[in-house]
Design a protein around this ligand. Structure first.
Ligand code: ADP
Ligand code: MG
Length: 720
């Protein structure tokens, strides 16, 4: 059954028009119970996927339970009572029976259990937990409880549930089953063309929906899941690739030709390369070639440049900026913070200071390539001068923060925008940078590596270049995890030893969630106690976000000029601070930091050729996830590998969160586990969008995508 054959088939958007209230057995009370699970229409119901399955052929009889084993038991409630323990904790005790015997379950701190269990008295319940024996009787403490309800079949779906809702998993199953039965007559429309399904060995959608809810075997469930995962990913890719193709079709860009009309005669790039004290890395060469190809084409560039800290992105961006200037245009460089904007300005000026271009209007005169800075700190008169120069075309490259987006900032001819993103600029802001008829090329840089397949989802509307090679001569930072007191003593000895040979150290203080104030206080305390204790005699400075800009500048200046040996800081130093003489990074309470942040912090050392160290200090008791993070930091310095670990540990929410609000309907798909399917979905999206014969399918899928996005957006608006 394909989308073109039977117009009568039920589509996902048809299903959203049908309220669950129309199902038999759903009165107002049940309807509101379903609504509190987010289920209002039949599409919600069919995409309320089981969170796990219970194989009924494998439970144990209560009589046969073995002490110490984790087991599954199917039983019904006999009685339940609530007590308070001597330590005033709530304890709910329940007895269940299965015909072979009884088992007692104790639930601590779950006061709602009593009512929940009473409500399902007589209903079959699945208990999963570790078996204990007490006076010869089987017992479990805080087992997992799933209300199976009245269900048949060997494999039983267990639906996501909330304890406040008076529904069993069996109730939901019955409604899903009723819905699927009603759909059977007309059939559920499958918008994905047969050729694509065949290419990826995928089952029809209706079969997949039937088997994900009511599989006969677990193998069948896996096949069903694969199809539905593909659908989720395909919808995302269709919208991203669609957006990309639309821009390519509709927007007129600049052809940055070295010898085109209005181009400057000077060999800017040649001179620039000749003045570089080092060779480009292979990755930089590749990146530059890809960007140059984009920039000479009339289609506006939208490219993401991903590279680890220190991979040399600035240089690549600068070559792109010079390409625009050479072609007779201007470039903008947008940074996420003022400090970074200032640093970028300095490093760009250092690199282009010696390059000169002819001065328009004067026959023989020339002037240096100009790099201006527009930030909140720039005074009014200076700002006015910058804007004039910009409008006159005498300012070639302008660096700044969001300030660049203001309406008063008018370029004579803005050919390229570089955005140093750090996840802080959204698609909309990228759009607002376009003025006039022609759209500037856009290069987005990010130093937070994302695994390649995940990036296809998050940045799927951009082309991608990865700088996967560090410039030669870097010694990898030696990373040490210090968890015992004696390790910590060794840490301070290491700091003293490095200071004695003229090197410097950062000490980063614990992350206090949401409170810069407490963080600042803790940095202050740490500084005081180190200066008087472990590091007495050394010059120890302090830097945190609550200091004034002038004070911060003063402290950073002192550290840069080596008037300070040690800088105790909060995470303000995470981005951008660049002092090559610093060789030790000590991170206190390191287990509380996220992997991306730890990696960024470690990137602050190892910038010179000296041996450098990163010491991760933690207590002895670290959470399991915390120790996985610290273990990963010790095991590798590769930002992309760490990003994979991070994705596995934290799931997609963190990556998707900020950038993708309202753009994803990932329920089954996982960016870490389904990478292969992301690639297949992306290839299929290109196929669908680029082949005219797929136009009807594309239309159906686009409609379907808007159904899900509308839903997500509504949810998002509700929550915010
Ligand atoms: P990123 O922006 O990717 O973190 P940067 O552009 O700041 O990295 O480069 C880090 C350092 O490496 C800078 O000091 C830069 O001068 C230097 N660098 C860049 N490219 C090369 C290269 N090909 N060979 C040697 N050093 C390089
Ligand atoms: Mg940099």
């Amino acid at each position: 059954m394909s989308n073109t054959d039977s117009p009568n088939e039920i589509s996902y958007s048809d299903l959203t028009e049908m309220s669950v209230g129309r199902l038999s057995g759903v009165g107002p009370a049940r309807q509101s119970a379903l609504a509190s699970l987010g289920i209002e229409n039949l599409l919600d119901l069919l995409t309320h996927f089981p969170r796990r399955y219970i194989d009924r052929s494998s439970p144990r009889r209560i009589r046969d339970l073995k002490e110490g084993e984790s087991s599954l038991v199917l039983a019904t409630l006999r009685c339940v009572e609530t007590r308070r323990t001597r330590s005033r904790r709530v304890m709910v005790n329940a007895t269940f029976a299965d015909g072979s015997g009884t088992i007692r379950c104790s639930f601590f701190n779950q006061p709602w259990r009593q009512r929940q269990l009473e409500a399902v008295e007589g209903v079959e319940v699945a208990l999963y937990g570790k078996v204990e024996r007490f006076n010869g009787r089987a017992q479990m403490t805080n087992p997992l409880v799933d209300m199976i309800g009245d269900q048949t079949g060997r494999i039983v779906p267990i639906y996501p549930m909330s304890e406040k809702v008076r529904l069993t998993s069996g109730d939901v199953a019955a409604l899903v089953s009723q819905t699927l039965r009603r759909c059977r007559q007309r059939g559920i429309c499958d918008p994905v063309p047969d050729s694509i399904l065949k290419a990826h060995d995928l089952v029809p959608r209706e079969d997949a929906l039937n088997s994900i809810h009511f599989p006969e075997t677990m193998a069948q469930m896996v096949i069903a899941r694969r199809r539905l995962v593909f659908d989720e990913l395909l919808r995302i890719q269709v919208s991203l690739v669609g957006r990309k193709r639309q821009i390519e079709r509709e927007q007129m860009g600049f052809r940055h030709l070295p010898n085109g009309e209005g181009a400057r005669p000077e060999d800017l790039l040649g001179e620039f390369y000749r003045s570089l004290p080092y060779e480009l890395t292979g990755a930089q060469r590749r990146a530059i070639a890809e960007i140059a190809a984009d920039m000479t084409s009339p289609v506006p560039m939208h490219r993401l440049l991903q590279g680890d800290v220190g991979a040399g992105k600035t240089l690549v961006a600068l070559v792109a900026l010079l390409t625009a200037v050479k072609a007779g245009h201007q470039g903008a460089f947008m940074a996420p913070t003022e400090v970074l904007a200032e640093q970028h300005t300095e490093s760009l000026r250092a690199l282009v200071g010696h390059l000169r271009v002819g001065e328009a209007g004067s026959l023989l005169g020339d002037r240096p390539v100009t790099v201006g800075l527009l930030s909140g700190r720039v005074r009014v008169a200076e700002r006015r001068r910058i804007l004039e120069e910009l409008d006159a075309g005498r300012m070639d490259i302008l660096v700044g923060t969001h300030a660049l987006l203001e309406e008063s900032v008018r370029f004579r001819s803005l050919g390229l925008v570089v955005i140093d993103e750090q996840h802080r600029f959204g698609v909309e802001q990228r759009d607002s940078l376009r003025a006039g008829e022609r759209h500037p090329d856009v290069l987005v840089m990010t130093a937070t590596p994302i695994p390649r397949t995940a990036a296809m989802t998050v940045y799927g509307d951009l082309d991608m270049t990865i700088l996967d090679e560090l410039p030669p001569g870097r010694t990898p930072v030696e990373t040490i995890w210090a968890s015992s007191i004696s390790d910590q003593d060794d840490t301070w000895s290491l700091v003293r030893e490095q200071v004695s040979i003229g090197r410097q150290t950062y000490v980063v203080c614990p992350l206090v969630e949401g409170s810069e104030k407490i963080q600042a206080a803790s940095a202050e305390q740490t500084r005081a106690s180190l200066a008087e204790g472990e590091l007495s005699g050394l010059a120890v400075g302090l830097l945190h976000g609550r200091m004034s800009s002038d004070d911060k500048d003063e402290v950073m200046g002192a550290f840069r000029e080596r008037r300070l040996d040690v800088l105790v800081a909060t995470t303000v130093i995470e981005v951008g601070v660049d002092v090559p003489n610093a060789t030790v990074m000590v991170i206190l309470d390191a287990d509380r930091f996220g992997l991306a942040q730890l990696h960024q912090l470690r990137g602050r050392v190892g910038r010179g050729s000296d041996r450098s160290y990163c010491v991760l200090v933690s207590g002895e008791a670290v959470s399991e996830e915390g120790s996985e993070r610290l273990g990963a930091m010790v095991a590798t310095t590769d930002g992309f590998k760490l990003a994979e670990v991070d994705l596995e540990l934290r799931g997609e929410g963190t990556i998707m969160g900020q950038r993708q609000k309202g753009r994803s309907d990932l329920r089954l798909a996982s960016l870490s586990r389904d990478g292969e399917w992301i690639e297949k979905a992306r290839a299929s999206a290109f196929d669908l969008i680029d082949s005219p014969e797929h136009a009807p399918a594309l239309l159906a899928l686009t409609e379907e995508t808007s159904v899900f996005i509308a839903e997500e957006e509504a949810e998002f608006l509700e929550k915010n």
